[in-house]
Design a protein around this ligand. Structure first.
Ligand code: G5P
Ligand code: MG
Length: 227
């Protein structure tokens, strides 16, 4: 309906460790979009030992992709719940069949691709620590937590992801190349793709912000249009 025509449906893509979570956190802060990370969702399912979580863990720990049907069901269920808010999808879709299943159900407005070289990425991931409850990400070299090992906001324990071991990172990058990169062509052909090239999130983010500002009303307008 017209009322919600200002809502934006956006996807953020990029190889493992390219800064999707980091940039998404800034977008949420500046634009108030809802952030839905497929990886965070899976990790919550694993923590809660759900059937889907236990099944997914086998793939994640090997750096392989979780089967399409499991992912499509999981994400579409979540998106159905967000009816009156702009959203930002992070980590989904990751294969062409996932993208097709999504576009069968919903129109996507923009796809932002973080084009960060593999060499930059590899060393980042072994220094990453995360807050499992919120998905907040830290890096011991780059943005360490204020108190070592603790989340800045809640004070809860940070953990390292099981799939950040060097050999698993290599598998994730290979799978990105083979299975996810073809999506760039899919969204470029649909006229949705915008790429941001760089090696530093602090340099990439201002460009993302300028771009999104042309697509989405500022936070104040947003909260008015939402309720
Ligand atoms: P995820 O969770 O989606 P990935 O591999 O796509 O995992 P990841 O690792 O979460 O992506 P990111 O979000 O792109 O990376 O990057 P980030 O966390 O923001 O930044 C990485 C690190 O670099 C952090 O420590 C951060 O602080 C630091 N950093 C950021 N910017 C800079 C900078 O400028 N400089 C420096 N020095 N550091 C910086 O998926 C996990 C698994 O779940 C399954 C798969 O098995 C996948 O492997 N899965 C799916 N399977 C099938 N289909 C799907 N749709 C799936 N979604 C998830
Ligand atoms: Mg992430």
């Amino acid at each position: 309906p017209k009322m919600f025509s200002k809502l934006l449906r956006a996807i953020i893509m990029g190889p493992p460790g390219s800064g999707k979570g980091t940039i998404s956190g800034r977008i949420v802060h500046d634009f108030g979009m809802k952030h839905l990370s497929s990886g965070d969702l899976l990790r919550i399912q694993i923590m809660n030992s759900t059937a889907a979580g236990l099944e997914a863990k086998k793939f994640i720990d090997q750096g392989a992709l979780v089967p399409d049907d499991v992912m499509v069901q999981l994400i579409l269920n979540e998106l159905r719940e967000i009816t009156n808010h702009s959203w930002l999808l992070d980590g989904f879709p990751r294969t062409v069949p996932q993208a097709e299943a999504l576009s069968d159900k919903l129109d996507i407005d923009v796809v932002m691709n973080l084009d960060v070289p593999f060499e930059t990425i590899k060393q980042r991931l072994t220094a990453r620590w995360v807050h499992p409850g919120s998905g907040r990400v830290y890096n011991l070299d780059w943005n360490p937590p204020q108190i070592p090992g603790k989340d800045d906001v809640t004070g809860e324990e940070l953990i390292q992801r099981d799939d950040d071991k060097p050999e698993t990172v290599t598998a994730r990058l290979r799978n990105y190349e083979n299975q996810t990169k073809p999506l760039l062509q899919f969204y470029s052909a649909a006229g949705k793709l915008v790429s941001f090239h760089g090696t530093e999130s602090n340099i990439i983010y201002p460009k993302v912000k300028d771009f999104l500002a042309t697509k989405i009303p500022q936070v104040a307008d947003q909260s008015q249009s939402v309720k």
